[in-house]
Write a protein that binds this ligand. Structure first.
Ligand SMILES: Cc1ncc(COP(=O)(O)O)c(C=O)c1O
Length: 370
């Protein structure tokens, strides 16, 4: 069986380094906010090209803390794409604010920058674009809207570690360095994944850095001195130690994901299978490789019967999720997202996937539609 994500193949390629890193933490026993957490925060902030990185226990916590640090809560609205993972919007609501869904682009499945401005009200406080599937959003247009309407801009970069955007001056810059804050997830299957849960908020703001450090660690300024109401959602030292090993490989793994995607693209173009379009300004990191097809569920079943796992990201757009029913949206409100969710299918794209496996998968898909 070719799995959708193969964490075992990756582990075997870094086993010695990971075991040494874990053993090192065990021998030091600095399990909470230990040396590896601080070192990883420094290395990850440098990798993203930002001043500060604050390690937390999940991408969900990263988003919750970001909204909390900006004082976004009851009575406020945050604009978020309707086609993304649940946590992009649930964290707005669990903090007391209202998620306001924006339609996505037909060709990229990312938030449609032209659909944002009409959603802005007096209550709008922030925009949360999501770099979905590892492809950067049109940040220049979205930043301009945020600046014009004096809104906070937070990037949900949970799926996009290392993705880059071409600036007007021709230089490339990593996602996570555009918003006031950006939130990452280190869920195991992510491009940079821990061996458990993990997350990070990055920012250039000294003030937000200070606040986020208090918010993740019981509001603590020193032992038994707690200045603000806060959470306990620190990144574990053991996870940070694993992530430090894996960060060194991230660029080469992202490159392998891109070359795997290029091969898929070539094979699918030849047989007329619709893929996700990559914009000229974007260097994607291909967290998910998705195609758009008719008879999606039948194709998934056929692939499974022939030893290939696939996934659906995402079968239900957020406005139709039960959890968001109090917001009052209905079927038909977001026709593009609804159509994408019926047609989209994710194929294996992990870095260690072999060309022969990609060719086999493309061949099976060709046979299914012949
Ligand atoms: C776009 C997006 N945002 C947020 C999250 C939440 O991250 P976590 O699962 O680490 O809480 C995820 C993770 O799946 C995600 O894909």
């Amino acid at each position: 069986m070719i799995p959708l994500v193969d964490l075992k193949r990756q582990y075997l390629s870094i086993q010695k380094d990971v075991e040494r890193a874990i053993q090192n933490v065990l021998s030091k026993t600095d399990f909470i906010l230990g040396e590896d957490v601080h070192a990883f925060e420094k290395e990850f902030s440098q990798y993203c090209g930002v001043r500060y990185a604050i390690g937390v226990d999940s991408g969900t916590s990263a988003l919750e803390l970001a909204f909390h640090a900006l004082g976004i809560g009851a009575g406020d609205e945050v604009i978020v794409p309707v086609f993304t993972f649940y946590a992009s919007a649930s964290t707005i609501a669990t903090g007391g604010a209202k998620p306001v869904f924006a339609e996505v682009e037909e060709d990229t499945a990312n938030i449609d920058p032209d659909k944002i401005e009409s959603l802005i009200t007096k209550k709008t406080k922030a925009i949360l674009p999501v770099h979905l599937f590892g492809q950067p959003v049109h940040i220049a247009k979205i930043s301009a809207i945020a600046v014009q309407h004096k809104l906070h801009l937070i990037e949900d970069a949970a799926q996009a570690h290392g993705a880059e955007i071409k600036m007007q001056n021709g230089e490339w810059k990593k996602v996570g360095s555009f918003g006031e804050m950006a939130c990452f997830s280190f869920y195991p299957g992510k491009n940079l994944g821990a061996y458990g849960d993990g997350g990070m908020v990055v920012t250039n703001s000294e003030d937000l850095n200070y606040q986020l450090r208090l918010l993740r660690d019981c509001g603590r300024t020193e032992k038994y001195k707690h200045d603000v109401l806060a959470y306990n959602c620190r990144l574990d030292t053991l996870q940070a130690a694993v992530l430090r090993v894996k960060l060194k490989k991230l660029e080469s793994w992202n490159e392998l994901r891109r070359s795997n995607s290029n091969l898929y693209d070539k094979l699918f173009n030849a047989i007329g299978i619709k893929t996700i379009k990559i914009k000229d300004f974007a260097l994607p990191v291909r967290h998910v490789y998705a195609i758009r097809v008719k008879k999606r569920d039948e194709l998934a079943q056929y692939l499974k019967e022939n030893g290939v796992a696939s996934g659906v990201h995402y079968p239900i757009p957020l406005h139709l999720q039960k959890a968001f029913s109090p917001l009052g949206y209905k079927k038909g409100d977001f026709p593009v997202a609804e159509k994408i969710s019926e047609e989209i299918l994710s194929l294996p794209i992990f870095p260690e996937l072999q060309s022969a496996e990609i060719e086999r998968i493309a061949d099976l898909i060709k046979k299914f539609y012949d």
